[in-house]
Design a protein around this ligand. Sequence first.
Ligand code: URA
Length: 218
Amino acid sequence: MRTHVVDHPLVAHKLTVLRDEGTDSPTFRRLADELVTLLAYEATRDVRVEPMDIRTPVTTTTGVRLSSPKPLVVPILRAGLGMLDGMTRLLPTAEVGFLGMVRDEGTLLASTYATRLPDDLAGRQCYVLDPMLATGGTLAAAVRLLADRGAGPVTCIALLAAPEGITRMQHELDGITGRDGSPLDVRVVVAALDERLNEQGYIVPGLGDAGDRLYGTV
Ligand code: URA
């Protein structure tokens, strides 16, 4: 698994405002949306394209278009939904699937309560959205579920990650293979890698509960 921390002053600036406990929910939503678009630019560096011929007003030339099947964007409910518009702004023709996953706040274990994905995921390039890569349990389970259905490569996009979560994902996804038996290409793209997790499973310094802050339930 490869981890990419996006190093850009605009990313750092928007993240700083998101972290601020004084940032209200409408501002948080708008900034999270903008930040995801910046992360999506990096995350889609490997999106599959194919050559095509076009005619400009001056001449003919070749360009590229997204290959078929189109990429699949998979927000993890609930908080990943707040990242969907920011992602599809760059990939408007992507298909969207949904995974409902919940973390037990006592055991910190992830379980799946809803799955809405296309039937055929064979070889499908996937972008999984979840703002907080905390313990890594949810994202590791999501990647495994997609891989079990033949999808890949899989890129996870998060606003923040804890080192513990990255380590756990590396461990849990170690040796995971794609449909052709070769190692599955898994990438994590984040705006920052924070210090640690606290006893309640929150990322430190973090930004608090991303879902609550997105949806105003604080
Ligand atoms: N989920 C959140 O919303 N915040 C954290 O810090 C960890 C998990």
